[in-house]
Design a protein around this ligand. Structure first.
Ligand code: THG
Length: 378
């Protein structure tokens, strides 16, 4: 069966260039085409970890919240305290529902005093933010603007971006950004990206300029070994960056997903910080979940045997005596560790590091051992 891309599934301003550069595999993310691979995964991994890679991540849509109550709404939507977020700074900010379940894990960017972008993972934050704004009577406009991220990741990313846009780009600190017009190409340039290698995201603000921007970077990048790539599953599992909706199920909370440190829950409401901790959707439920002791945990799994075939759907993970104790949610052969590594969402107490478990892959039952994240098997 062939998956058809119709009008409800959008292409990005970079899709044609990504295909021309060799992307042959794609997924749908935020109702948008996300190229995910060429026919040469080793070359992709090498470019990303030894030189630089260019990724069409236009599917990372922006939900723009603007207006007199924008800051108040963003603060209420996000479990991380964004009350002191300066203009020009981004923060990784998990969002929860009223039961503390993860709704999305966007980067929040403060564009100006009263304008914010939630640079979202794969769920309909536009609907969620509009509903919360409407129910709460917030004076805001919630839209999806004509903004499309293009990522440059890898150890030579700064060289590529400096050659294309100017030496000033080297001065950007991690998770800070600047508005920049390159001739008639408007963008926001941010030091960020979904890899452990470091890099930049160029948020193109005019979809008619996509091919111009791609070509500019492609040519500037050739002396530095820039190659085409995509969000890289082996590398992101090695470095552990959460894939919302892939690593998580609809019940997962931020602690379970391993991003509890980005939730501002310190300062109990009856403690001295009572007046200073921020109110957000799911706060009380998250406290109760932490107190319950029944939370699962996403942990690393090192799995015996040959390189496995790609994981098409979550897999049951078993105790040595064959009882289900959770699910394997991501899997890759790690070039860095020369091992099979996975992410598994496990029940207590099976997530304790060093626990021996079993998982069935490619028709064979394999031994697996839990480990802390990020992976450190050197
Ligand atoms: N960039 C942009 N939008 C995005 C992503 C992105 N939307 C979807 C998805 N990725 C959102 N998820 C993440 C997950 C992790 C990080 C960024 C977005 C990340 N985390 C670092 C970490 O965990 O070490 C740093 C977090 C911090 O220090 O605040 O970078 O990649 N535009």
């Amino acid at each position: 069966m062939e998956l058809i891309v119709g009008p409800r599934t959008r292409v990005t301003p970079f899709t044609d260039r990504a295909v021309a550069a060799g992307m042959t595999k794609a997924m749908v993310y935020n109702h948008t085409v996300l190229p995910i691979g060429t026919d040469d995964p080793s070359a992709e991994y090498r470019a990303l970890t030894q030189a630089a890679a260019i990724w069409d991540v236009g599917c990372e849509r922006q939900v723009q919240i603007t207006g007199a109550d924008a800051h108040r709404l963003v603060t209420y939507l996000c479990a991380r305290d964004l009350r002191d977020l300066p203009v020009g700074v981004a923060r990784y900010a998990p969002m929860c529902d009223h039961d503390g379940r993860l709704v999305n894990d966007p980067m929040a960017l403060r564009i100006d005093e009263t304008t914010f972008w939630l640079s979202i993972a794969d769920s309909d934050v536009l609907l969620w933010a509009r509903a919360v704004a409407g129910e709460g009577g917030y004076d805001v406009e919630v839209t999806e603007p004509d903004v499309w991220p293009l990522a440059i990741q890898g150890p030579r990313a700064a060289d590529v971006v400096a050659a294309a846009l100017g030496e000033w780009a080297r001065e950007l600190r991690f998770f800070s950004f600047a508005r920049h017009d390159h001739g008639d190409i408007p963008m926001v340039v941010c030091r960020s990206g979904w890899s452990g290698q470091g890099g930049f995201e160029l948020f193109l603000m005019d979809s008619t300029k996509g091919e111009q921007l791609w070509d500019l970077l492609w040519e500037a990048g050739q002396p530095f070994g820039l190659g085409v790539g995509a969000p890289n599953n082996p590398e992101r599992i090695e470095s552990f960056l959460l894939s919302f909706g892939g690593d998580t199920d609809p019940e997962t909370d931020p602690d379970e997903a391993g991003i509890g440190r980005f939730v501002s829950l310190s300062g109990d409401d009856d403690g001295p910080e009572a007046s200073t901790s921020h109110d957000f959707i799911g706060k009380a439920a998250l406290r109760a979940r932490r107190a319950s002791g029944s939370q699962r945990r996403l942990v690393g799994l090192v799995i015996d045997g040959d390189a496995p075939s790609p994981l098409r759907s979550p897999r049951s993970v078993q105790s040595p005596d064959g009882h289900p104790v959770g699910t394997l949610r991501a899997l890759a052969r790690s070039p860095r560790f020369d091992a099979n590594i996975g992410l598994a969402l496990l029940d207590p107490p099976w997530f304790e590091p060093g626990t021996e478990l079993r998982v069935s892959l490619d028709g064979a039952n394999r031994a697996a051992t839990t480990t802390t994240l990020p992976f450190n098997l050197d």
